[in-house]
Design a protein around this ligand. Sequence first.
Ligand code: ADP
Length: 590
Amino acid sequence: METTELITKNLVESAHDVVIGIDLAGNIIYCNAAVKSIYGYNPNDLIGSPYKRVLPQEKLGEFAAITENIMFGGTNESIESIRLTVDDRRIKVSVIYSPIKDDIGKLLGISAVERKLTEFRKAQSRSQALIETAPDAMVIVNSFGQIILVNVQTEKLFGYSRQELLGQEVEILIPTRYFGNHAQHRKQFFSNPKVRGMGSNMELYGKKKNGAEFPVEISLGPLETEEGFLVSAAIRDITERKYAEEKFKRLLESAPDAMVIVGEQGKIELVNGQTERLFGYSRKELIGKQVEVLIPERYRQQHPVHRNGYFTKPKLRPMGANLELLGRKKNGEEFPVEISLSPIEDLDKTLVSAAIRDVSQRRYIKQLEHKNRELEQFAYIASHDLQEPLHTINSFVGFLKQDLHDGSEEDIKKYLNYISQASARMGNLISGLLQYSRIGKKRVLTEINCSHTLKEVMSNIQGSIQESEAIINYSELPTIKAYPTEFKQLLQNLLSNAIKFRKKDVPPVITIGYQKDSEKYTFYIQDNGIGISPKHYEQIFIIFQRLHLKQEYEGTGIGLAQCKKIVELHGGKIWVESSLNEGSIFYFSI
Ligand code: ADP
């Protein structure tokens, strides 16, 4: 054969570029030896197969458009495209398509001359190297949802080999029941690609080759490449974390107290069943709410200050030391609680767990115990003090018996006098006791104008006010809800004492006023009298306890015990501040 002839014959066959002849039905009718060196196919295997065998899914449209263009006589520039090798690698090529015509210009087919572009492989291997260093399983997907790159972590996590995954739809990695939705979401992502977590508020699952499902966390990022937008998905297996979370939740549920887990902004992040039962809210109603919903309205405003304070120095401790803490149920009911706080370090943020215990029962028992002790004391003191005049009477009756025949009339009169004084005192004590025990028997809560009550009291004790030349200062007092008879008795006892326990030769100056805070009124009665030593602050409120002989200051020792009972009946407290010779201030809160 002549050289010219030989050259002509082998010209195409030995070209470095791939040359393919395609008929109008889209089948390969010729390809040169380069398909072996570049795409890995034996030319004979390709001949007769459809041309789309070497095209990746997303390039089918491109080829269809070009065929159409050529059929209608258009020309084509060289374009860049992707080819699939026999082992499913993707390689980037530049292609020129041309029409193949016969002598009279009739279109017979299309030729494709395809040259491998080396930068792409480099770029691909660079991205491959890059994603191999990622700690998560990385899957890169094109806009058709096909997997075009995975790392070794993906192989390990899902149990597929790289070859099995490349070119597959990414849905192969998720449980079948999510297929439909997923394709939808995928399209949406491509229409607005940005870095974000996937399925916020949703539990996501991956599916291994063997069908096993496992919980995952996925973050998505757009990747702009020569091939258009791709999506990179970083997939993390969170089985361990889920397990730890579950364990934590179970622990929480098994706690005897209501447990509320709160974030730095005071948002409730987690509660247990006991919380639902104690407060009457469902879990759903609480999660995401401010923790302040669980406390009475009047404390809500100041609570965040304490809360923020705790977060700056979180450590295990009881809450509100020395304070009576109250919880608030959904129905508005309040109840006493005991709370201990402890911080939980959670990855990057601090959470606080509050263990809340309803102590109404315990407090009630304590109150009962206290009342019991008071009663015992009462019985002891009452019998002791009643014994005293009885004793006196007894001894003088003895003297009388002895002196009846030979004693002087004067002595006998004296004894009889002592006897009648002692029985009068005993009568006083008994009626005082009776009065004391009747406090609160027939109580009716009424709106009372305290200024009116005070004026009534002052007119009742008009005599001693005038006699002592007492000066009584008072401001306008509020209108409150109280038990009228008892409240009047309270004021009267305190005012009488303020006058009675005056210094000799110093006329009493007495001031009556009040303060109001969010919860209560605190009244005070201040005098300039003899004062009380701090060691007697408690004792004076006990029945029959007096600091003076009856010769110095008259009295039964019942007045302040009465006051205490009345104030407690109103749910309040009474106390004194004083020092000897300096006057006293009696306070009571209602
Ligand atoms: P009584 O007045 O019958 O003695 P109270 O129960 O009213 O009994 O008071 C008990 C004691 O408290 C009094 O004996 C007195 O020692 C002391 N006390 C009460 N009020 C005052 C006061 N305003 N100033 C000083 N001491 C007081």
